[in-house]
Design a protein around this ligand. Structure first.
Ligand code: ARG
Length: 477
């Protein structure tokens, strides 16, 4: 019985030749999956307990393995762990180190388990934690936006359609639009989490473990809400990765739209905001420049998240059941996208409270022709069908443009030339504040609506940078 040249490998018995070193480097996933080490060890300890309960390990062996696994965990956490060339992935690296520490009994940890159900378990544990941390970051960003909505209470700016000035809206209403998007994102993340929260361990390589392990007990120990019902599906399913990336892609898209507005608003042409110096950069050549790089990068990094989503979908589309090594390729895009979108969420949450708002510029842009609808509504209130009112005001606007006149400057007599339905009060409607206040309809921009929504968000703990800053009982600010 000669020793296999691959005796250092968990699967070396079958092989007569050592793995080519280029192949070793090519197939290794350690560089990316080492970040699941804590989850791998947590899962292995639960597995050891299941083995002991099934009588496959003595109590003493189980204690030795658990202690050994915890030591490996501490080594990795402290950065004292040294990977070896033969470590194919985090699972092999942990087992190799465990055996170095506790001796041959380390070889019992993989009883009734395959890396196929192991990696699926680790990934679900990792993603569950990630979703929780990511959701918390999104909540912080929501608080920053809602905090802005509260402090920018009375500011009015032109709302846009087609990037043309359309109608006046409250800046608070604008910020709260992003809050609604992010609340949907939180909802989606919570929904994805339900499907992540299922234990695959026990599926073995593909057919189910050959020992009677108590999967429900393992699920309880690892905090999973359920166990997978089909072993083939358990080791090959990565739907939850795709779902997470889709949810993350929507978050990234929302951040990108917000960022685009920050870029636009900070231009001299708009002049709506000034970015804090600490969140802008200069040009190496043009001394006058102050660039909105943070917002640009948040916009730009969206591409990575979309890329990750498409990468994983493409990875999965041709795979026969069950596990295929291709699946190893799910991790780099997942980890990269998660990191990238979370970094964008965090930096925007820090930047938003520090924006300087140019309320005069905003308000000026909200007046003028952006009030044309008010005149049309006035005509409707005086009995003219809306289509005709639209036509009348359209002609009026064209006349003003040709004659260099502002809507607000028109005299009652001039208005009367366009329609007998204009009453003397018509011009009072040409006021940005009034235009906003008229939109009391549910979901409209009137201050009362916006305040009501803010109060709801406040009750949910979603206003202000952090809870601690909410006013104390009795005090108003
Ligand atoms: N590193 C692998 C992955 O990420 C673990 C599973 C490997 N299984 C196998 N049979 N080669 O998917």
């Amino acid at each position: 019985m000669g020793r296999s040249p691959e005796r250092t490998k968990a699967w070396g018995g079958r092989f007569r030749e050592a793995t080519d070193e280029v192949v070793e480097a090519y197939t290794s996933s350690l560089a990316s999956d080492l970040r699941m080490a804590a989850q791998d060890i947590h899962g292995s300890i639960a597995h050891v307990h299941a083995l002991a309960r099934a009588g496959l390990l003595s109590a003493k062996e189980a204690r030795t393995l658990e202690r050994g696994l915890k030591s490996v965990g501490r080594e990795i956490a402290a950065g004292r762990f040294s990977a070896q060339a033969g470590d194919e992935d985090v699972h092999m690296a942990v087992e190799r180190r465990l055996t170095e520490l506790v001796g041959p009994v380390g070889g019992k940890v993989h009883t009734g388990r395959s890396r196929n159900d192991q990696v699926a378990t680790d990934l679900r544990l990792w993603l569950r934690d990630e979703i929780d941390a990511f959701s918390e970051d999104v909540r912080v960003l929501i608080r920053a936006l809602a905090g802005r909505a509260r402090s920018d209470g009375d500011v009015i700016l032109p709302g846009y359609t087609h990037l043309q000035r359309a109608q006046p809206v409250l800046l608070a209403h604008h910020w709260l639009a992003y809050v609604e998007m992010l609340l949907r994102d939180l909802d989606r993340l919570a929904d994805v989490r339900r499907r992540v929260d299922v234990l695959p361990l026990g599926a073995g390589a593909l057919a189910g473990a050959g020992f009677a392990l108590d999967r429900a007990a393992v699920a309880r120990e690892l905090g999973f809400a359920a166990i997978t019902r089909n072993s083939l599906d358990a080791v090959s399913d990565r739907d939850f990765v795709v779902e997470f990336l889709a949810a993350a892609a929507l978050v990234a898209m929302h951040l990108s739209r917000l960022s685009e507005e920050m870029v636009l608003w900070a231009t001299e042409e708009f002049g709506f905001i000034t970015l804090p110096d600490a969140f802008a950069t200069g040009s190496s050549m043009m001394p006058q420049k102050k660039n909105p790089d943070v917002a640009e990068l948040a916009r730009g990094r969206t591409g990575r998240v979309y890329g990750a989503l498409i990468a994983v979908l493409t990875l999965l589309k041709g795979l026969p059941l069950s596990y295929n090594r291709d699946l190893q390729e799910d991790k780099p895009p997942l980890f990269e996208a998660a990191e990238s979108v979370r970094a964008s969420v965090r930096v925007l949450a820090r930047m938003l409270p520090r924006l300087e708002i140019h309320t005069g510029r905003m308000r000026a842009g909200a007046g003028g022709f952006a009030l044309a609808t008010e005149l049309a509504d006035h005509l409707v209130e005086n009995g003219l069908p809306f289509r005709q009112a639209h036509e009348v005001v359209g002609r009026l606007v064209a006349w003003c443009v040709e004659n260099g006149r502002a809507l607000e400057s028109l005299q009652d007599a001039e208005l009367a030339r366009f329609s007998p339905h204009f009453r003397s009060g018509a011009k009072r409607g040409l006021d940005v504040g009034r235009a906003v206040e008229r939109r009391k309809i549910a979901g409209g921009t009137a201050r009362k609506n916006v305040q009501r929504r803010l109060a709801e968000l406040d009750r949910l703990g979603l206003v202000g940078e952090r809870r601690a800053r909410r006013p104390r009982r009795g005090s108003r600010n």
